[in-house]
Design a protein around this ligand. Structure first.
Ligand SMILES: *Cc1c(COP(=O)(O)O)cnc(C)c1O
Length: 404
């Protein structure tokens, strides 16, 4: 059997070094647990970065993949694909959307949205009107167009020249957005809650004001729900808690129950902008991915599960607030549903490392924000376990700081 160290050494040699990886060799998953090469179990509050909303290897998703794998794994988008048609219907019936373009990742879904915005505006108003406004601290993906949309220097560094036609404004600041809109603006792209930016929730009414601004200036409103969508914030989509509808919404992460798939949902009349020959993807919406996604969607689009997510999130946040009372190192707790961030008065990385040693998987975004995006089925007992582990880590950390 290959040892854990052998896997790590080999991986560091032949796999591209694009990620700083923890010394964990993942081999199996069950519900809220990830199991490593030595059989050690970890409590998984990262869930593949907000992908495994149903937990690992949900039986309905596993059964759908098995069944579809023995029937038809892939065929070209030159033909009609029943599972793709069915998934598009489910997404449209449960949202504002009229048509869905399928792809394989979040970045690709955002690429499709950016292309749609430019094509729509170019056709209607001429090629000058192509500017897209997004937010600072946003994250929209790693392709060149989505890196250009992403408002983070560390994501853009080294890849100049980026695509022209992108502007960034402070997230949550409607006046800044109003001032950035010009005659060449065609669209606004935002996350309803910023994920990679550190679980940043905009002030109440912000998205509604953005919607009105977009209406007034004939701008497309594109919501990147790649992280917030599919039940994560306690409703199927996060925009449903904002009393608005976007024109375009992008999805990926949890959509396929762990199988790679992305989607761009658009409403009429924009849904017809990308006509035959304008855009495409070999794998986009293939039978295997869409069969998995139908199974995942039917589990996630369940009022009981969404209610459970909201209730569990409330319990989780209350526990974290109590933890904050005991540890001044915690500066703030924020979140919606089971998308929760804890802002620290120190770097988060050492805390994440100590958590890993104790069998708890979490991560840190924006340098000092611990991010919790567990499966929506996480139990109160599992949350209490996490709280106990963090409690002891923070106690040690404080002791270490005072004796140093
Ligand atoms: C993860 C993420 C993306 C990128 O998705 P990939 O599948 O990694 O390309 C884009 N936007 C948001 C909000 C995300 O959280």
């Amino acid at each position: 059997m290959t040892s854990t160290q052998q896997w790590i050494d080999q991986g560091l040699t032949t796999v591209a070094g694009t990620y700083g990886r923890y010394p964990l060799v993942a081999v199996r998953g069950e519900g809220c647990r990830l199991i490593d090469n030595d059989g050690k179990q970890y409590l998984d509050f990262l869930a593949g970065v907000a992908v495994n909303n149903l937990g690992h290897c949900h039986p309905a998703v596993v059964a759908a993949i098995r069944e579809q794998a023995g029937t038809l794994i892939h065929c070209s988008n030159f033909y009609h694909i029943p599972t793709q048609i069915e998934l598009s219907r489910l997404l449209c019936e449960s949202s504002f959307g009229n048509r869905v373009f399928f792809c394989n990742s979040g970045a690709e879904a955002n690429e499709a949205a950016l292309k749609l915005a430019r094509k729509w505006s170019g056709d209607k108003f001429g090629p000058q009107r192509h500017e897209i406004i997004s937010a600072t601290a946003s994250f929209h993906g790693r392709t060149l167009a989505t890196v250009s949309a992403t408002g983070q220097e560390k994501v853009q560094a080294g890849f100049a020249p980026l695509l022209p036609g992108f502007k960034h404004v402070a997230f949550g600041d409607i006046e800044a957005l109003r001032q950035a809109v010009g005659p060449n603006t065609c669209a606004v792209m935002l996350e309803p809650i910023q994920g990679e930016g550190g679980i940043r929730i905009p002030p109440p009414g912000y998205l509604k004001a953005v919607r009105e601004l977009c209406n007034d200036h004939q701008l497309l409103l594109i919501l990147d729900e790649i992280q917030t969508g599919l039940g994560r914030t306690g409703t199927l989509f996060a925009y449903q808690q904002e009393d608005i509808e976007p024109d375009v919404m992008t999805l990926a992460k949890a959509l396929g129950g762990g199988v790679p798939i992305g989607a761009m949902v658009a409403r009429d009349p924009y849904s017809d902008v990308l006509g035959s020959g304008t855009h495409g993807s070999t794998f986009g919406g293939n039978p295997l991915a869409t069969a998995a996604a139908i199974a995942a969607f039917n589990e996630l689009n369940n009022p009981e599960l969404l209610h459970q997510c909201r209730a569990t999130g409330t319990f989780f946040m209350a526990q974290l607030e109590q933890l904050k009372g005991r540890h001044p190192l915690i500066l703030g707790v924020r979140g919606r549903g089971l998308m929760i961030g804890v802002e620290l008065g120190c770097e988060g990385a050492p805390i994440v490392n100590k958590a890993l040693e104790r069998g708890l998987l979490i991560n840190c975004t924006a340098g000092n924000v611990l991010r919790f995006v567990p499966p929506l089925i996480v139990s109160h007992a599992e949350i209490s376990q996490l709280i106990d582990i963090l409690d002891s880590i923070f106690s040690e950390h404080n002791a270490g700081v005072t004796t140093a």
